[in-house]
Write a protein that binds this ligand. Sequence first.
Ligand code: UT7
Length: 336
Amino acid sequence: MSQVRAAITGVFGYLPDYILTNDELATIVDTNDEWITTRTGIKTRHILKGEEQGTSVMVAEAIKGLLKKTNTAPEDVELVICATVTGDAIFPDTANIAAYKAGLTNSFGFDVNAACSGFLYALTVGAKMVEGGKHKKVIVVGADKMSSIIDYTDRTTCVIFGDGCGAVMLEPTTEDTGIIDYQHHADGSGEKFLYLVAGGSRKPATVDTVMAREHFVRQNGRPVFKAAVTGMTDVVQKVMARNGLDNDSLDWLVPHQANIRIIQTISKMVDFPLDKVMINIEKYGNTTAGTLPLCLWDYESQLKKGDDIILTAFGGGFTWGALYLKWAYDGSAVGK
Ligand code: UT7
């Protein structure tokens, strides 16, 4: 019997309506379009507005779109894995809140918290659940409402992040497609460079933590930049080498969208042409767990069955990794 792999059989994205431009940010903090564009590559990001609108709102919309697009009955979905650092609450988990909102009556689910690498980790877990033979329809989501943990008085972080969500359907295949290999890493000593001070069990929320603005993202950008370039370059090269991929045979590189300069540097270091690198950071900014599935969604129409694709990410933790898959269908044959 041929080997069973998990293949992505559909992708859908959700971006909130409100678009925050660089010019609007320049009215909030001391920044400007020129600095943001040249240092990050970002022009706009989407923001989820409204009272009590959590990440599950975006996840539910992405799942509903994915079900429609893949012609899947809600009751056929068995598992939802949601990568996020901005779940609706510390508990219950956002995967199950969103599944309920999307009408999935037979699924169980859980969240994966690995910051910008969350979708990679979640996709790996989802693939193993499919390969194990028990599950035939697994939805993997990357979603973050970063605006809920961003300090809009801190110009070093507020220009970078945005809200958004992408979801993929995983199904078993015995064709020569699907998820083939991965290599993931973590280094908890990286915590000091990218973190939230309060709101967890170590330092629960108090009036003082709120007054000290300790519930917002803090980042020391330069060391994170360097570690991101080194980590992603290393792991992409390793996954390419052991799968016999070279710069001609690899069709697409899908990097986490944190900074256009990080993406350009990795492309140069692995000597891989930028026109085969998926880039949409100018529209969405850094949506944390959302960046990779949103890239797949934006580029889906250009993807062909059998395309060799490597996804790579680096984020808070530190967490990083790369995953190699063969695309399972002609993207031009399906509508967005
Ligand atoms: O996705 C999770 C992982 N995160 C990342 O991968 C992010 C990695 N880091 C980065 O992308 C970059 O380090 C940043 C975009 C965060 C910052 O860019 P940078 O080129 O490293 O700038 P910097 O922090 O070294 O700051 C350079 C200057 C500073 O001014 P002085 O001290 O030279 O006078 C900053 O205060 O730029 C200033 N600055 C700004 N100026 C205008 C920082 N933010 C802004 C801003 N507008 N928004």
